[in-house]
Design a protein around this ligand. Sequence first.
Ligand code: IFM
Length: 482
Amino acid sequence: MIIKDNTDMLPQVERSDFVNDFRWGCATSAYQIEGSTNVDGRGTTIWDKFCEQAGTIRDGSSGAIACDHYNRWPQDLDLARELGLNSYRFSIAWSRIFPDGRGMANNKGLDFYSRLVDGLLERGIEPWPTLYHWDLPQALQEQGGWKNRDTATAFADFAHTVSHHLGDRVQHWITHNEPWCTAFLGHYEGIHAPGEKNIGAALQVCHHVLLSHGMAISAIRSNVANAKVGIALSLHPLKSASNQQADIDATIRHDGLRNRWFLDPLYGHGYPQDILPLFGKNTPIVKTGDMAIIATATDFLGVNYYFPETIANASNEGSLSTKVVEAEHVERTDFGWEVSPEGMTDLLTRITKDYNPPEIYITENGSTYDDVVTKDGQIADQKRRSYLVRHLAELKVAMASGVPLKGYFAWSLLDNFEWAEGYTRRFGLIHVDYATQQRRLKLSGEWYRDFLCPLQFCGDNYEAERLLSLINGMDNSGLTLI
Ligand code: IFM
């Protein structure tokens, strides 16, 4: 059988270029896919509330139904297995476990994630839970949210309960997803929940989130002897808008908040000394011992890589006097994000050189394009496939440069609720028709499956089933079979 498709222009990359235990996954998060926000005792979150406010979400939607994954998870895990994933990153909704953020644990919430973990293991997929992917219980927000230091303690208790229940089956744990977004999109730009616009609040939130990360590591390790714990940061390689000194200096300052503000304290160097004074009276309150907790050694660093940024000096722009400018003549996704696989290697080699983490995983990487579903139900998302292939090829370059890269998680398994963008942005390798909840594998997902699943990596039964479905015409690959 010959598969006719034009992939000639893409770089060569094969699974056999990577070690056998390289983790290959997809990532998702609770609020973006689960739906069922009012069942089984789940408490309200800041995102439920934020979505209720007019003008916050581009299409006026919310995660109330999303991909209905709370009910459809067995089918979704089957799809993950069919893709050939050996790992799956998901997040645990804090308010399903503690509806008010703390107190008595809700067994129905714990049972849901316990079933999910079992379902993954039954399918030969390693579970990679993230404990916080932005859905703070509203009850904690009403006590100040992440501005309140007590939220860090509540998070450590949540980490303790969850790791106690799942730690017999889960080895890899991610404490927080993208603390930059929690702090700065949620409390400075105000475009994410809870929608504040105050730099002092954002900096204090950031400190408490990092503190809670360190506290959670100890809680997890007290329950899980062989635990591997890390954090997923959104990091960006930065380029100066020009070779003028003012722009170069601005780029260094911008890096101080975008990247070093997280990496420096996590790796024991404290907050960047060149940046801290710029915040004046907004500098966060840091108590004795906090920085040591934040610097608790991790087993791996999760890097969420999407795009580089180009930075210029801007004397009137915030405390840093910097602004992000549009680079010219660059390839972009339909979200406007610059496509730069080489930027990922620049970022990873820099992190390795400056911080030397024992292991790095790409915990998110992906692209959004306006997918078109043809009449016969196919999604020929060549651009997303190209983005994926080129980033995977770049992983080899990074590893050859000495980056201790151990795994890659594509964002995302499914199209889902893209926060302030609602359902207007699709990142999935699997298309979701939100009216019917039908899932359809996109061309990019086909490519990932074929990359992951050459015969030597899949059991005989798997391949037999796949061939059978092809023969039965069940395969909706979007490729021409001749
Ligand atoms: O959808 C988000 C995800 O929740 C966090 N990282 C970036 C993704 C794409 O914007």
